[in-house]
Design a protein. Structure first.
Length: 134
């Protein structure tokens, strides 16, 4: 598996996106799930969305808490804009690692009483980025 990392511009754009969203996060969010979704035929880039849950179990390796009802789900998604062909490919682990690196730079756990932050594709293996990788 090759390794790619987000560019400075990609991280700066993600930080701006997160700053806009996190300012509207309601109290009571304990878990943050940064989900990765496939783009469309017209826009093949993958997107990242964030959702907040009222509970979080950082010891749950499968992050089942992230599948609970969301108490916060902004509509704005972040489009992965780096021109890396691998980001549109089938290597889900590579994409998750890329997004996890980007999300770590956001320090999203500082946005409130957050107990856990995880990244992944729905139905895939999550990667915890805070409190630490599980």
């Amino acid at each position: 598996m090759s390794e790619i990392t987000p560019s400075y511009d990609e991280v700066a754009s993600a930080r701006e996106w997160w700053a806009d969203l996190s300012s509207d996060m309601p109290p009571g969010v304990r878990g943050l799930w940064f989900g990765i979704a496939d783009g469309t035929e017209e826009e093949p880039s993958r997107v990242v969305y964030v959702a907040g849950t009222a509970t979080c179990e950082p010891d749950d390796r499968d992050a089942d808490w992230a599948a609970e009802e969301y108490v916060w789900r902004p509509k704005e998604e972040f489009v992965l804009e780096d021109d890396e062909e691998e980001l549109r490919g089938d290597d889900w682990d590579l994409v998750v690692d890329y997004v996890a690196t980007m999300v770590r730079s956001l320090e999203a756990h500082e946005a409130g009483d957050i107990e856990g932050v995880a990244v992944g594709f729905e139905g895939g293996t999550p990667v915890y980025v805070w409190p630490d990788e599980r």
